[in-house]
Design a protein around this ligand. Structure first.
Ligand SMILES: Cc1ncc(COP(=O)(O)O)c(C=O)c1O
Length: 444
């Protein structure tokens, strides 16, 4: 099964680094008046929403899958498009009054196609998981064998977890990373493919910090006549900004999220060639979803528009430069960085050399105002996790650069080593506050 080659999106010149966040960085967030009304009507809930806005602004957000969206994206999410029912696709809806949302969805799909150089885009999946589900539905039958990254090595729940539809409906075989390098062993992937003859090969991960070799995956899939599905949920924003290679010319179907580095609303996206377009569209609606969420589709269109600007290209490259600086500084502090560094926005680190488990480490960092995830590490021993996963998408949106990454690591190291004492923690907490207050996301 060979993919129809498509023209890659034209590369744009990177803008000056100070422009990474774009103009919106200096505009006011859309809550204000709307929140006043919400607070009056429902103080309990309004208070929670305001509290969450404050929490996000008051600490360092290092969760690799999170980012800060622009006020324009938030405005689209909070628009009257949230009121509209729109089952079906533009020009073929089951509901009346869809003229304007049809135009909205056409803009979103056209922008996604242009941004990623894809022949077809479906912008309706409600989430990354919904996009993967639709890809499986489009290409597979229940019971088919699928080769994907094993969950202990960084596969997502949708890559064969027994707790997920994928593990229940398909027969998953997991490939992994090498013990010595932490890198995908393509000879092993090929050997597993020859042994199990999967109907589809999936590449993509929740924690792999290096670029997948899409050409190698394509070659392995072609040898068996298998489909290649790229789950690019994590790197899709870097791909949009020209800071990571694109799977579009190689994969039959590319699934993605729109809310990570891409900086759009929470949601999913599917890209494919023209030949598979009908199967993918029918797999999304009516097979796995009902009405499209048009406010989210509009917000995706806004985000795709933003991602096509030179400011976003600069942002995506700065995200990677920041991640490399962060990884190098963490290694200098004695933490083991999986694969020895990163090519992307994220990395995983082993905290066991500090005689800490992951939950204790996350707790100390949280107390200091630094938010990140714990994670399992490939070849981790025993039931206790020792991995932390962190990324630079959000702090880069705030306008931070390599110097701030070094400062963040110094704060993390202090919190991890001295976080046991109240006084030590208080010192780090106030320095975190000082740092983030110099880089406000949504200035008042
Ligand atoms: C590789 C991968 N696939 C799929 C998903 C699912 O995305 P969602 O949480 O939007 O369902 C994620 C989420 O982080 C992911 O990392």
């Amino acid at each position: 099964m060979s993919a129809t080659p498509v023209t890659p999106a034209p590369r744009r010149d990177a803008a000056a680094p100070h422009a990474v966040a774009g103009e919106w960085h200096r505009s006011r967030p859309p809550w204000g008046d709307g929140f006043e009304a919400l607070l009056r009507q429902d103080p309990e809930l309004g208070g929670l929403l305001l509290g969450e806005a404050e929490r996000q602004a008051d600490g360092l957000q290092l969760i690799a899958a999170e980012n800060f969206t622009s006020p324009a994206v938030l405005a689209a999410l909070g628009s009257p498009l949230a009121n509209k029912y729109a089952e079906g696709y533009p020009g073929a809806r089951h509901h009346g009054g869809c003229e304007l949302v049809d135009l909205t969805e056409r803009i979103a799909t056209d922008r996604a196609k242009a941004l990623f150089g894809a022949e077809h885009a479906n912008v309706q999946p409600h989430s990354g998981s919904a996009a993967v589900l639709a890809a499986y539905v489009a290409l597979l039958r229940p019971g088919d064998t699928v080769l994907a990254m094993g969950l202990p090595h960084g596969g997502h729940l949708t890559h064969g977890s027994p707790a997920n539809f994928s593990g229940r409906w398909f027969d998953f075989v997991g490939y992994g990373v090498r013990r010595d390098t932490g890198l995908i062993d393509y000879d092993d992937v090929r050997a597993l493919a020859r042994e199990h003859r999967p109907k589809a090969v999936v590449c993509g991960s929740i924690s792999y910090s290096r670029h997948p070799d899409y050409a190698a995956f394509r070659d392995i899939a072609d040898e068996l006549g298998a489909y290649l599905i790229a789950d690019a949920a994590h790197p899709i924003g870097l791909i949009a900004g020209g800071a990571a290679p694109s799977p579009v010319p190689y994969a039959d179907v590319v699934c993605a999220t729109t809310h990570k580095v891409l900086r759009g609303p929470r949601g999913g996206l599917i890209l494919c060639n023209a030949e598979l377009a009908g199967r993918v569209d029918r797999a999304v609606f009516p097979f796995t979803q009902g009405g499209a969420q048009m406010h989210t589709v509009a917000a995706k269109a806004v985000a795709f528009g933003e991602a096509a600007t030179p400011a976003f290209t600069a942002y995506a490259h700065q995200v990677v430069a920041n991640a490399r600086a962060l990884a190098a500084a963490l290694a200098a502090e004695g933490l083991t960085v999986t694969t020895g560094g990163t090519d992307t926005h994220m990395m995983t680190v082993d905290v066991s050399r500090l005689a800490l488990d992951a939950a204790t480490a996350r707790g100390r960092l949280a107390a200091a105002g630094i938010t990140l995830d714990t994670c399992g590490l490939p070849y981790g021993v025993g039931p206790t996790a020792h991995g932390l996963r962190l990324g630079t998408a959000a702090v880069t949106t705030q306008g931070m650069g390599e110097a701030e990454m070094v400062r963040i690591v110094r704060l993390m190291a202090t919190a991890l080593r001295e976080g046991v004492t109240e006084q030590g923690l208080r010192g780090v907490r106030s320095e975190v506050r000082e740092l983030v207050s110099s880089f406000p996301v949504y200035p008042a």
